[in-house]
Write a new protein. Structure first.
Length: 70
């Protein structure tokens, strides 16, 4: 039960301090000694690609609507 409480406390701390959590995950991925390193790297790349996709979609939709939606 104490391990479950510890995990819940860590999750709550991560939600309360997202920038601190991101920095600690970045540091952990740079070291590369953790088993979570590949998951952290894949998540980072996925988020970056998603942001690029959303920006490109917004540009394309804006251009489409400015042309009259033909």
């Amino acid at each position: 039960m104490t391990q479950l409480q510890h995990k819940a406390h860590d999750l709550l701390h991560a939600v309360e301090h997202p920038i601190e959590t991101a920095r600690s995950l970045e540091h952990e991925a740079e070291e590369g000694s953790s088993a979570r390193t590949p998951a952290i790297a894949v998540a980072g790349v996925s988020i970056a690609l998603f942001v690029i996709f959303v920006v490109m979609l917004a540009i394309a939709m804006t251009a489409y609507l400015l042309e009259g939606g033909r």
